[in-house]
Ligand binder design. Structure first.
Ligand code: FE2
Length: 504
């Protein structure tokens, strides 16, 4: 007691660096996908990707290969799962946007089995941005192309656990169920989409005029073009807003639409005063996608990758109950918190115009405990006319103000919010971002910010090659548990666990 209370302590006016107990370690490994193995074996790219058209071994009969492609409307897609990490039950999967995902061991980064969505649900493409409910059930969307003469968007659920009344030990995948289907407006040119939104009772899906041309895709091989060139933006067209009621599992009948736009990322959505408010990052054109061509990545990317439209944060408002007697031309939105409008149009259609919240951000993240619920903060990368992020931002929707972190020569990855255990405030936690540098003298590092003040708490530099990550960060569950905790000596930078496969 004397040691603690017996005398006054000396002042320490100068900051003294604390000795930190614990360890941050870094680990990375290319996903050993079938695509990776085939390319390594051939020592060149032999599997086509969205931005890369590969050709088979010239010693083989090129025409027989082409005919085999034509015999199937949809070519077999890549399993180069380089976009994100998904958790199904207790397992982690590297994901892309095709019908394949690859199970991985998050501790050793070992590549495990390939899972084909088509075994469990009829989709040829599926998003890399599923949603999770409180118990970890997965809700995702995919596109079923020309199946039994129809092309449709399919919402499906993969349960976190095998139901009690079923046999134990079986994979949750076998209990995947179709939640709702929405017919595509076009059989041969369905909409491309990268994510979707959920509220507590609804799902928000944008059928945008950024479309995949199936006939072009089926013949891409013999025409020698990549699949990215099979996507086209129709700026004269509309964007249709589909709202699905999770309780009835049916789309809301009102036809909502807005102007043509290209959206990759939904930020969040929630219900307020009889409306759904949903926030997206939107572009005026599809220039972002052009940057994913391998040819463009090989050039001086920074110089040659100017966007022709800045990504903007837009808030839409959709009325859940449309008064049939409302006058054509009247605004159906009475919510005070937004200037977004939904104007009654002829033929019972509703034309939605968004509120512009912020210009110049991408890779949005939120405190996922607020997913589908009212929320205030967006954590994202700052992206202006170049897609390369130079800062990370905390945007406050309520005050419309922002805090930023940036440093010279530093390219930050998507910022991940990790809540303080037991936190109540939405921004009580830390931000993690993996930073790479264009300065060869500067090591890449894991940045840790106080999510409330956006001040730096710590950085952990690593003497290793590190790729700039886009996604690949896993969202911890609401209780902060990622499901698996490696022992201290094997702890790794979660930002690095995503696949870093060598192609786009
Ligand atoms: Fe994404």
């Amino acid at each position: 007691m004397d040691l603690i209370f017996g005398r006054n302590k000396k002042e320490q006016p100068e900051p003294v660096r604390a000795k930190v107990t614990g360890e941050v370690v870094y680990r990375s490994q290319y996903l050993r996908s079938d695509t990776y193995s085939a390319n390594i074996e051939a020592n060149r790219i032999v599997v086509s990707e969205f931005g890369t058209m590969a050709y088979p071994d010239p010693c083989k009969n090129i025409f027989s290969k082409a005919f085999s492609y034509l015999s199937h409307t949809i070519p077999d897609f890549t399993d180069n799962c380089l976009i994100n990490i998904m958790k199904c039950g207790e397992d982690f999967y590297a994901t892309t946007e095709t019908n394949y995902v690859r199970k991985i061991n998050p501790q050793t980064l070992e590549t495990l089995e390939k899972v084909d969505y088509r075994k469990y649900v009829a989709v040829n493409l599926a998003t890399s941005h599923p949603h999770y409910d409180e118990v970890g059930n997965v809700l995702n969307m995919g596109t079923s192309i020309v199946d039994k003469g129809k092309t449709k968007y399919v919402m499906f659920k993969i349960p976190a656990t095998v139901p009690e009344d079923k046999k134990k030990g079986k994979s949750p995948w076998k209990h995947t169920e179709v939640f709702c289907t929405i017919p595509s407006r076009s059989l041969l040119s369905p909409s491309y989409y990268h994510s979707f939104g959920v509220t507590e009772n609804y799902v928000v899906f944008l059928e945008q005029p950024f479309k995949l041309d199936i006939l072009k895709m089926a013949t891409a091989y013999i025409r020698g073009v990549s699949w990215a060139s099979c996507l086209s933006f129709h700026k004269e067209d509309k964007t249709y807003i589909h709202i699905v009621d999770q309780r009835t599992r049916k789309p809301v009948p009102t036809r909502f639409y807005t102007d043509a736009m290209v959206v990759f990322h939904h930020v969040n959505a929630y219900e307020e005063d009889g409306c759904i408010l949903f926030d997206v990052i939107a572009y005026e054109d599809s220039s972002l996608y052009q940057l994913f061509y391998l040819a463009n990545l090989n050039q001086d990317f920074e110089e040659n990758s100017r966007l022709t439209s800045v990504p903007t944060l837009r808030r839409f408002a959709v009325p859940l109950h449309v008064d049939q007697n409302a006058e054509v031309g009247s605004n159906l939105i009475k919510v005070a918190s937004t200037t977004a409008t939904a104007v009654k149009d002829k033929d019972d259609q509703v034309y939605c115009q968004p509120e512009l919240l912020y210009e110049g951000l991408e890779l949005p993240r939120i405190n996922y405990a607020h997913n589908g619920k009212p929320y205030r903060y967006i954590f994202s990368a700052e992206v202006q006319w170049s897609p390369i992020p130079t800062k990370i931002i905390k945007y406050d929707i309520l005050t419309k103000s922002s805090l930023k972190w940036g440093e010279e020569c530093c390219w930050p990855a998507e910022p991940l919010f990790v809540p303080t255990p037991g936190a109540e405030a939405e921004d009580d936690g830390v931000i993690l971002s993996a930073i790479v540098s264009t300065d060869p003298q500067k090591l890449p590092f894991l940045l840790i910010l106080d999510a409330r003040s956006f001040t730096e708490l710590a950085r952990a530099s690593v003497d290793a090659d590190m790729h700039l990550d886009l996604h690949g960060l896993f969202v911890p569950a609401a209780d902060g548990d990622t499901g698996t905790q490696p022992p201290v000596e094997e702890q790794r930078d979660e930002a690095s666990q995503g696949d870093e496969a060598p192609q786009t």
